[in-house]
Design a protein around this ligand. Structure first.
Ligand code: FMN
Length: 168
């Protein structure tokens, strides 16, 4: 198997977030995609070891902040290379919460939506959460960040585990 075959897949870049009690947390993710339009459903892939996975399973809801192309590496790194177990990731970034108390980013964010978990699929290292969109807003117009732009233009990397095992 040539792992480079998978490099041809295209993705955007997002902050997936949730809450547990009064605590909020989020993580960088590229595995976010729309499944259907009526009702609007989406799927996300979250590593089982991530704190965000724990929060989503607790609240049964998650938000997705769709990053703009001007999102700095520092933001993607804050949410993608650190765990909420060690830092309060949202403390440094302007954010709001949905009616259900889930956080989403304001700056460098084009749109956000909140989804209610309908189903979760055990995919080995990851859980695939399938959710129905309950709330969605446009914050600003602009070009979305893509994973390719992040890697080729911004020169951003993947977490060490992603390189070593092919998983994120
Ligand atoms: C560019 C990029 C893309 C990522 N995509 C995903 C993803 O799709 N799914 C995932 O579970 N982790 C992904 N990660 C890794 C998580 O963001 C990372 O493990 C994070 O530290 C988890 O934080 P938490 O423990 O606070 O939930 C990605 C990281 C980066 C830098």
């Amino acid at each position: 198997m040539n792992p480079k075959a998978l490099y041809a897949l295209s993705y955007g870049l997002y902050i997936v977030a949730s809450k547990k009690g009064e605590r909020i947390n989020g993580q960088t993710a590229n595995t976010v995609f729309q499944i259907s339009n009526n009702p609007s459903t989406i799927a996300i892939g979250v590593n089982k070891s991530n704190l965000t996975r724990e929060f989503i399973q607790e609240s049964r809801r998650f938000t997705v902040s769709v990053l703009a192309q001007d999102a700095p590496l520092s933001l993607i790194g804050q949410f993608g290379f650190k765990s909420g177990r060690e830092v309060d990731k949202f403390a440094r970034y302007t954010h709001k919460t949905t009616a259900n108390g889930l956080p989403y980013l304001i700056d460098h964010t084009l749109t956000f939506f909140e989804a209610r978990v309908m189903q979760e699929v055990d995919a080995g290292t990851h859980i695939i959460f399938i959710g129905e969109i309950a709330e969605a807003e446009v914050l600003q117009e602009g070009a979305p960040m893509t994973y390719a732009y992040y890697q080729q233009v911004k020169r951003g990397g993947a977490p060490p585990a992603a390189i070593a095992t092919g998983s994120k």
